[in-house]
Design a protein around this ligand. Structure first.
Ligand SMILES: Cc1cc2nc3c(=O)[nH]c(=O)nc-3n(C[C@H](O)[C@H](O)[C@H](O)COP(=O)(O)OP(=O)(O)OC[C@H]3O[C@@H](n4cnc5c(N)ncnc54)[C@H](O)[C@@H]3O)c2cc1C
Length: 278
């Protein structure tokens, strides 16, 4: 044992129960006992999250008990009831979720021309990497890139399918179309400055694309290119040896999330041969 629990300790008993998300319980305070948190049903009926509300409710009740004992403050049981969130709107939402789950609006959407080919993915099923599309409702996948393709991500307006090419510099695009028909449009180069190691370090935005730019002999930068890839603006410097595995924009496009390698580590491990009896 190197500290903490003994390594071979087995759980004695396992207990589990349902998350109480039907709203605050009716009998929250009685006979000098007050329920708080999960026991009081103070859990969001929509998300079943209760940490924050248990914390707030517990504090409110704790303060009320202290105030009552010290200064004759209001009855803590009543404070517990009054301070428990009612979740009226969320309970109504839960009620609706439980009773009114319709598939038809989504089915309709799935069969509309733009979404019929909802899925695009990369595959090397033919020996080289290409971008494929598959009908959302199932069926044969078809190769949509005329040559190599990988890391496809639709543009925000859904009209373009930008992608990279494995091991090559640049970002290409095809206009989104009914992929079941012969693909008549030629691929276009969208950005020529995207390095092969940044093949996933770009994110489509409403007004273009964010990406990593690596000018010759200089530190890389976070940059933005307009929808035609013509005007490129540097936004922020990145560390010299920047290495990352993906970009994404928050839905309001106010934040860019990206991963970054900050530390490489390796472990020295000890293998102990087992005896026949083990
Ligand atoms: C799998 C799971 C995931 C969740 N994820 C989230 C999440 O992401 N975000 C979020 O906000 N909420 C989440 N919740 C809900 C959240 O954990 C609870 O709402 C919150 O912990 C409630 O806090 P509590 O203090 O009321 O109860 P608890 O955290 O359950 O504390 C009650 C304590 O009382 C102890 N106890 C029980 N009986 C006795 C007894 N007779 N004597 C002494 N001690 C006793 C228990 O061992 C426990 O330690 C999750 C719940 C589950 C089960």
């Amino acid at each position: 044992m190197a500290g903490g629990l003994p390594r071979l300790l087995r759980p004695g008993t396992t207990r589990a129960g349902l998350i109480p998300c039907s709203g605050p319980v009716f009998d929250m305070a009685r006979d000098r006992a007050i329920l708080v948190g999960d026991a009081a049903g103070v859990v969001s009926p929509v998300t079943a999250g209760g940490i924050h509300s248990a914390w707030e409710h517990g504090w409110a009740v704790g303060r009320a008990v202290a105030a009552h004992l010290r200064d004759g403050g209001p009855a803590p049981g009543q404070v517990a009831i009054d301070s428990a969130p009612r979740f009226r709107f969320k309970r109504a939402l839960r009620w609706a979720y439980d009773r009114m789950q319709f598939d038809w609006p989504f089915d309709l959407l799935l069969h509309s021309p733009p979404l019929r080919w909802a899925a695009s993915f990369e595959s090397n099923r033919n020996g080289h990497w290409q971008v494929y599309a598959q009908p959302a409702s199932g069926g044969e996948a078809v190769a949509v890139t005329p040559g190599p393709g990988s890391n496809a991500r639709e543009s925000v307006d859904g009209r373009q399918l930008p992608y990279t090419k494995p091991g090559l510099r640049g970002l290409w695009r095809l206009p989104r179309q009914d992929w079941s028909q012969a693909i008549l449009t030629e691929e276009q180069s969208l950005l020529d400055g995207l390095a092969p190691e940044d093949s996933s370090n770009w994110a489509p935005a409403r007004d273009g694309v964010y990406f990593v730019r690596r000018p010759q002999g200089e530190a890389p930068r976070l940059a933005h290119a307009d929808a035609e890839g013509a005007n490129v603006t540097d936004i922020a410097p990145l560390p010299g040896g920047f290495e990352g595995w993906g970009f994404d924009l928050s839905p309001d496009e106010g934040q860019l999330v990206f991963s970054e390698m900050t530390l490489r580590e390796s472990d020295l491990r000890l293998a102990v041969p087992r005896t026949a009896a083990q």
